[in-house]
Write a protein that binds this ligand. Structure first.
Ligand code: HEC
Ligand code: HEC
Ligand code: HEC
Ligand code: HEC
Ligand code: HEC
Ligand code: HEC
Ligand code: HEC
Ligand code: HEC
Ligand code: HEC
Length: 363
């Protein structure tokens, strides 16, 4: 560790003379077209950092380019309002304060806090995320602001919406590929359809929760319901909006609601939407690969009802409301009660009234 530090510093010393010459030449030939849009202070930094060849070699042997593309920086969300020194607040002139990064990742982590000053809200949110939990364990693979947004060429997020999932895909490749085949992912990446969920519609982007907990599992139907009970949205795709309602009145949904209220949450004790439809691999129900396709449905039920027989799924109403065509027996029994119960109540009330009338008349 000491050695590496020492080495880095002595290289720096040796490089100094060369850099002075480099600066002189650079200032002479600095392209003047920068000046039109960028602040003079930014221009100053770019006299050196606008040179494509500028790079350092870290003690790990990795190279790091120190080049910043003036045009791309100018077009980024920060180009007009933010200066180099707003983020690099410890650097205002050259030579810069000495630094000791052993490798590329340490370099990035050292700049982790540079966004905090202006985007405090998002910074605070990230402290509640699974990614931060990973980071605070000392695992530097966890994403920092710049891994998702970049440092110098930050673009508007969500434009286009598919860019969100591509950002997550850098580290969650297997899930991204599975999602890309699903009814949601295919619509987003192939048709540019913004109605379907990207990763962050279900997970959020900064305060990402651990999705494997029982409480996330039990509240997941709300995620789906946000869109699947939206009349206007679902009409476009001729999909039923009754899926949540029928789920909630079904035994599985009732049990899920019960556990949520009790806050005692054994996850495997009931089925939620994703137990039947899948999570990142949800298919259209008519797709032969769909887990809820008739041919595959029994396998799904057997995950939790191991003794289910061939006709077990057909004895269940799925998302249908009972009707004369679907489940006529249930329908007519319900209809019978609908007529019978009011009839009994009205009869009782009438009988009481008649009794009272009788009493009054008898007096
Ligand atoms: C005279 C040329 C020159 C100018 C002007 C210059 N730099 Fe540098 N910069 C360098 C060189 C060379 C390095 C390589 C490491 C070192 O020598 O400190 C570097 C490294 C850096 C680094 C990465 C390493 C570190 O210390 O964090 C940052 C960030 C940086 N410069 C930012 C800036 C900013 C911001 C400005 C404008 C205020 C600026 N530089 C102006 C030459 C320059
Ligand atoms: C919005 C904040 C922000 C602004 C504005 C910004 N930087 Fe940076 N810069 C960073 C961060 C964060 C890193 C670390 C990035 C990484 O490790 O991927 C960085 C890294 C660097 C590096 C190291 C090499 C590299 O490219 O990653 C240099 C050099 C540098 N910046 C120079 C500049 C110069 C010159 C400007 C002005 C034209 C500038 N920066 C403007 C945030 C910023
Ligand atoms: C000096 C203050 C400052 C710093 C530091 C800063 N930003 Fe910004 N950021 C801004 C301003 C100002 C805007 C422009 C807001 C606008 O035009 O909507 C902006 C816009 C953004 C946007 C687009 C917001 C939107 O709603 O479309 C993103 C993403 C972003 N910044 C990320 C970062 C990241 C990542 C860093 C650290 C590498 C960073 N910012 C550092 C001031 C800052
Ligand atoms: C895991 C990837 C990821 C990380 C890490 C991340 N962001 Fe974001 N950020 C996103 C995505 C995706 C969006 C788009 C908004 C959405 O869909 O929720 C976004 C949106 C933003 C916006 C636009 C305004 C808004 O809230 O929608 C700003 C500003 C921003 N991020 C700043 C930051 C800062 C600062 C950090 C570090 C503290 C950071 N982000 C870390 C993925 C990330
Ligand atoms: C720079 C890499 C990186 C990026 C980009 C990234 N993640 Fe992660 N993510 C990780 C690492 C590392 C973990 C810890 C678990 C592991 O090692 O796989 C993790 C964990 C998670 C977890 C918790 C589940 C688990 O396996 O621990 C979720 C959920 C998650 N990420 C969602 C997202 C979403 C959504 C995005 C995009 C907005 C995203 N991630 C972008 C690296 C990344
Ligand atoms: C329609 C909602 C939805 C979308 C879209 C979605 N997820 Fe998930 N994700 C979930 C749910 C629900 C779980 C919990 C699964 C369980 O119960 O095991 C989960 C679990 C995860 C996990 C942790 C468990 C595992 O399987 O490793 C990661 C990581 C993850 N998602 C990343 C992503 C990424 C990356 C994307 C985008 C490509 C994405 N998700 C898109 C709903 C979604
Ligand atoms: C951001 C909104 C949104 C969210 C959140 C969402 N969906 Fe979807 N979903 C859609 C849209 C829009 C379609 C229609 C896509 C198409 O047909 O191109 C769709 C299609 C489907 C289909 C296929 C229907 C068919 O047969 O065509 C199923 C099944 C489905 N979603 C289940 C779910 C489940 C389960 C969840 C929760 C884990 C969920 N969705 C979350 C918007 C959403
Ligand atoms: C116990 C298994 C199971 C659960 C739990 C479940 N579904 Fe379904 N779902 C099915 C089956 C089976 C079908 C196919 C119905 C048919 O067409 O015969 C279906 C069909 C659908 C469709 C297509 C509707 C249409 O109009 O074609 C959507 C959308 C859907 N489900 C969403 C959801 C959502 C959202 C949830 C949670 C609130 C959920 N499902 C819970 C089994 C389930
Ligand atoms: C993730 C596990 C899981 C899956 C998958 C699942 N169930 Fe269930 N189911 C349960 C549990 C646990 C109960 C008992 C508690 C309750 O009522 O929710 C139950 C109860 C039932 C009941 C009420 C009567 C009884 O046996 O207790 C029926 C009927 C039923 N499920 C049908 C189905 C059908 C049909 C499927 C396949 C389409 C299915 N289930 C898939 C977990 C599951």
């Amino acid at each position: 560790m000491r050695m590496a530090l020492h080495n880095a510093q002595s290289t720096r010393g040796a490089a100094c003379g060369g850099i002075a010459l480099f600066v002189f030449i650079t200032l002479l030939f600095a392209p003047s077209s920068w000046g039109e849009k960028l602040a003079p202070e930014v221009e100053f930094c770019l006299t050196c950092h606008g040179q494509e060849a500028l790079e350092i070699v870290l003690p790990s042997g990795e190279k790091r380019s120190l080049y910043v593309d003036a045009g791309r920086f100018g077009r980024s969300v920060h180009g007009e309002k933010v200066r180099c020194t707003n983020c690099h607040s410890d650097i205002s002139t050259y030579p810069h304060p000495p630094r000791t990064f052993k490798n590329l990742r340490e370099f990035t982590v050292a700049y982790y806090e540079s966004c905090k000053g202006c985007h405090f809200d998002n910074y605070t949110k990230t402290l509640d995320s699974v990614h931060y939990t990973v980071l605070s364990r000392g695992d530097l693979k966890a994403p920092l602001c710049v891994d998702c947004h970049g440092a110098h060429y930050v673009a508007r997020p969500r434009v286009p919406k598919s860019s969100i999932s591509e950002t997550c895909a850098r580290c969650h490749k297997a899930i991204y590929e599975q999602y890309g085949q699903s009814v949601h992912g295919k619509a987003l990446s192939k048709d540019g359809n913004n109605d379907v969920p990207a990763c962050t519609d279900c997970h959020r982007s900064h305060n990402i929760e651990d999705p494997r907990t029982a409480s996330f599992h039990l509240k997941s139907p709300e995620l789906c319901a946000r869109c699947h009970s939206d009349e206007k949205l679902m009409k476009k795709y001729r999909l039923s909006t009754n899926v949540l309602g029928t789920y909630l009145t079904d035994f599985h949904g009732m049990t899920a609601s019960f556990y949520r209220k009790e806050q005692a949450a054994p996850a495997a004790l009931t089925a939620v939407c994703t137990d039947c439809h899948g999570v990142h691999d949800i298919m259209a129900v008519k797709d032969p690969r769909s887990s809820v396709m008739k041919a595959n449905l029994l396998r799904v039920c057997r995950k939790c009802h191991p003794t289910a027989t061939e006709n077990f799924p057909s004895a269940w109403l799925s998302h249908y409301e009972p009707s004369p065509e679907k489940a006529p027996l249930v329908y007519y029994v319900k209809l019978f009660y609908k007529i019978f119960i009011p009839f009994v109540i009205v009869g009782l009330v009438l009988q009481i009234l008649l009794h009272i009338w009788r009493l009054v008349v008898n007096r």
